[in-house]
Design a protein around this ligand. Structure first.
Ligand code: ZN
Ligand code: ZN
Length: 119
């Protein structure tokens, strides 16, 4: 289950809907990146669960649910992370402490409401 919030820039009105950090959905683990080519913030899947590995939590600390038989394999790590907007490869992990605006570097302000849960 992932939780998304809206972050807005008080200076240039940039806004983005993001998890702002590592998150996990039913089918993939995501992290928040900044694309250096198109200056956008986006959540990109970095791990994809194989059908049996969804029982393993994000950090592989152990099964979330009891399972029988052999332990599920580790989540498959996505090797090449690509910008879904411009297909560029110049991505860096977004600084989720300072939350700098990708356009003007001002810290983004979070909308306190949780906008949506994804699964
Ligand atoms: Zn800005
Ligand atoms: Zn891009």
């Amino acid at each position: 289950m992932g939780t998304l919030r809206i972050y807005t820039c008080p200076v240039c009105d940039y806004s983005v809907l993001t998890s702002a950090g590592p998150d996990a959905t039913f089918s993939a683990g995501t992290e928040t990146f900044k694309c250096l080519d198109c200056c956008e913030i986006m959540d990109i899947a970095t791990r994809v669960w194989t059908p049996r590995s969804i029982l393993i939590d994000f950090d592989n600390k152990g099964p979330l649910l009891p399972f029988e038989g052999t332990p599920p394999p580790r989540p498959r790590v996505v090797e090449v992370v690509k910008c879904p907007v411009c297909e560029g490869l110049n991505l860096e992990l977004w600084d989720t402490t300072l939350k700098p605006c990708p356009k003007c570097d001002t810290s983004l302000e979070v909308d306190p409401d949780i906008i949506c849960m994804i699964d």
